[in-house]
Design a protein around this ligand. Sequence first.
Ligand SMILES: *Cc1c(COP(=O)(O)O)cnc(C)c1O
Length: 439
Amino acid sequence: MPNIISADWKLEMSTFARQTVNPHRLMVETSKVVPNPKKKVLTLQLGDPTIFKNFQHPPEAIDAIKNALVKDSFSYYPTNGIKEAREAVADYVSKNGDQVNADDIILTSGGSSSLELCFYVLANPGENILIPTPSFNYRTWLHGPGIISKTYKLDPTKNWCVDLKDLESKIDNKTRAILVNNVGNPCGNVFTKEHILDILEIAERYRLPIISDDIYEHFVFPGVEYYSVASLSKNVPILSCSGLTKRFIMPGIRMGWISIHDRHDALKEIRKGFTQMLGRNFGPNCTVQKALPEILQNVPQTFFDETVKKVQLHAMTAFKLLKNIKGLIPIEPRGAFYMMIKIEFENFPKFKSDLEFVEALTEEESVKAFPGGPCFDFAGYFRFVLTVPLDMLIEACQRIQEFCERHYMNINEIENFEPVQTQEISIQNQINKIEIAIY
Ligand SMILES: *Cc1c(COP(=O)(O)O)cnc(C)c1O
């Protein structure tokens, strides 16, 4: 009998696992880039305002969870969530201007699960869903089971509006849905009513449903109007994904939901699909479900107003400071808590990609930000998180200024420098580079 315990007994991971890549988490949790030991590390990477305690979750929510904890039976709850919580979400969602009821609500474990559930109910392997570029890491959920992501462009020169021609050109006979993210991450884009109607017109013409990632709903700076996609849709069915994560500043609570805004019964079969898929248990834990009605009813409008005002101050401050740095073009956000900053590579011949730029920024200045290519599928930019404490944000901008001044070259200098490599490094290459760093 041969000895089967041998060095070549190695197990392979599944294709599903191999195709599931979350570049944000990889970057935060496994990056091997060493910050400058002489400078305190300033981390502007994950969109989590709770990290530095300068943004607090609403006290009413904590009270609600404490109350629920005492009363809860810790039972298995229905897979779509308990009725009283779904009713409370239906009331909350209906305030956006499109009436839904408890049967139109599904509770999920955070916003990510609500998106995942929509993707899996709508698309088969080999079919595609249109997502924006730049965008959140929707690919993490799409690519595992072999759903294809096709991207449509947002235009940085037009307030990050959707390039409608590009969107339409990407639709093919395997497209199952269009994903719209308004208010958006990483751009802070807020679409006007007219623009949303234009997107809806295309969706209607091609008979495609919209998955509306509404996790930053209402998170717009003072003076900017917010419209939900569902409230403007006459004929296009909308699956809206939201939750407590961002607006209520409770990312770790893992409470998300889908609201189903059907039109002409188009989603009859899709509702059955949700029921099927929910058998896999996507739901949030029982105690948070119990607490949800109280959270949604008791958190006052002033909490949201104050949070948004504070983020706007951070955004304006960072924008002013970055605008004066030669070689960078910050794009002003109108909501959410991020800002995208363009790198003028022709003036930084030393760096061939945003990943290289951001890595050098960490090594020299101990400032950590997410590179646009690997993290948001938008090369040439990096993203700033605006919810860090203001003094930290200002210091990060100052260090970036020093960094840029050190590396900036004008055209004459560049002529004597090695040629600029204009070829864009593909996303897959950049992801591979991160993966190689771990495995
Ligand atoms: C944060 C975020 C989500 C949801 O995140 P969860 O932590 O899973 O609730 C969804 N979409 C975007 C664009 C986000 O930034």
